[in-house]
Design a protein around this ligand. Structure first.
Ligand code: ASP
Length: 451
């Protein structure tokens, strides 16, 4: 218990120090403006990226697929009967969709009232568009997503869910097909009579070993989040918070804070059953999930955080393996409250930059497409930025339909928000992970751990 608090403090120190060192590096580069300083800047970025992305995130990613498979298999086999499984699945999906819809609504209310887009000048807009056009890699990724459209993205999701080759899907590190296969596999395991017992015991043991591996990797989190924070802040700088784009960032962050600190705790308080000590306090639960939330802030990835989320949920918060094994892996790729909120705010913000007034029907359309686009976003850094073009396209089509002469929002407008995306991604990923955890805590009311 004590070592856990020491680790938490170390991670916190990593987050703060990473921010300070990153900002120092960002400032140094600009104040010296000499070739050597540029070289040193690039060298430090390389070191931080190696420590954070290659080592820390690499170790976490290494554990995702085996952990997803075993936790889902254990979760489903321990539920056992179909009716109960259907009930858990149904409520889980309902929870995901309902909380994402609430998050989107909060985002829309805030952005239409704060109107951050009106603070952007014509010149800033033109510069951002030009900057975007020069970023070839990004243009290619976003154009591909744009061509895919909403239907394409949904089709892609279904195609992913039912993999033609489960080994290839696992090798590519895709959690969704592995989850589907594992659910199917586990359901059939429960039907094979007494032979299932040794098989289940093996999965149980493998799961325990994997959790111990996660435990070991978490000790690298302080260094990992330090390096990732330094890497991010050294490229962006904290001064963006007070620039013209700052009020857009403020809108997203305020929305995430309201959703994460008020709405989700309230939902948990109302619908979760008390824990073993009789407590239903959302803030006690947030404390138990703290390492997962901080890892999400550092990694910008719900999937990479998944091993830590499962560990905190089962070991710290005592959530049953049935609920944690089902709700958290699925949630890490489907349930994205922070991303949904962000996508809605970003699209309305861009519309405001182009002087467009959006009517109620367009806002409802944004709410629906932003929710679906968030479902379609993978749990990896910047996935939400990429799927946002789907929402942008839907809005454009809607505007042009009702007014054929109107100007659409160009995809290049995204140039305005790309620069600060990584910072917002930290917080929306934290909200995504927190949303999954609250879901597991609520769904736990339908579960018991006996087999
Ligand atoms: N990075 C987010 C996640 O992993 C997805 C996003 O880009 O919004 O949850």
């Amino acid at each position: 218990m004590r070592s856990n608090w020491i680790l938490t403090i170390l991670i916190l120190v990593g987050l703060v120090l990473g921010t300070i060192v990153g900002q120092g590096l960002f400032d140094a580069d600009y104040s010296l403006a000499q070739p050597e300083s540029e070289h040193a800047h690039a060298m430090w970025l390389g070191i931080f990226s190696f420590l954070g992305n290659t080592i820390f995130m690499g170790l976490l990613k290494m554990l995702i697929i085996p952990l997803v498979a075993t936790s889902v298999i254990i979760g489903v086999t321990s539920v056992g009967d179909f009716r109960k499984l259907g009930k858990i699945g149904g409520w889980t999906l309902f929870y995901y969709m309902a909380t994402m819809a609430i998050a989107v609504t909060i985002g829309l209310v805030l952005v239409t009232n704060i109107k951050p887009g009106t603070r952007i000048s014509e010149q800033q807009r033109v510069e951002a568009e030009a900057g975007y056009a020069a970023d070839e890699q990004r243009v290619e990724a976003l154009t591909a997503k744009q061509q895919e459209g909403l239907m394409g993205a949904m089709k892609g999701l279904v195609e992913q869910i039912i993999p033609r080759n489960i080994v290839a899907a696992a090798a590519a590190g895709r959690p969704l097909p592995v989850i589907f296969f594992s659910i199917f596999f586990a359901v059939v395991v429960t039907m094979i009579g007494p032979k299932k017992e040794p098989l289940i015991r093996v999965f149980d043991a493998v799961f325990e070993v994997l959790m111990k591996m996660v435990h070991a990797v978490i000790w690298l989190a302080p260094l990992g989040v330090f390096a990732l924070l330094a890497w991010t802040v050294a490229r962006i700088g904290l001064s963006v918070f007070v620039s013209a784009i700052g009020s857009y960032m403020f809108t997203v962050l305020l929305g995430i804070a309201i959703h994460g600190l008020i709405v989700l705790p309230l939902i948990m308080f109302l619908f979760a059953k008390p824990d073993a000590s009789g407590s239903r306090s959302p803030f006690k639960f947030m404390r138990q999930m703290r390492q997962a939330i901080m890892t999400a802030i550092g990694t910008d990835s719900s999937s990479a955080t998944l091993p830590v989320t499962i560990e905190c949920a089962t070991e710290e918060a005592g959530i049953s393996k049935q609920s944690a094994g089902f709700v958290i892996p699925l949630g890490s790729t489907i349930n994205m409250d922070g991303t949904a909120l962000y996508e809605a705010v970003a699209v309305v913000f861009l519309a405001q930059v182009y002087g467009m007034e959006l009517g109620l029907t367009t806002l409802v359309l944004i709410a629906i497409t932003a929710t679906l686009a968030a479902v379609g976003a993978a749990g990896i850094p910047s996935a939400g930025l990429v799927t946002m073009v789907i929402v942008l396209d839907a809005v454009n089509a809607n505007i042009l339909e009702s007014n054929p002469g109107a100007t659409a929002i160009p995809v290049s407008a995204i140039g305005l928000i790309i620069g600060v995306d990584r910072i917002l991604d930290m917080f929306r990923t934290a909200a995504n992970v927190w949303g999954d955890a609250v879901g597991a805590r609520i769904i736990d009311r339908f579960c018991t751990d006996e087999r």
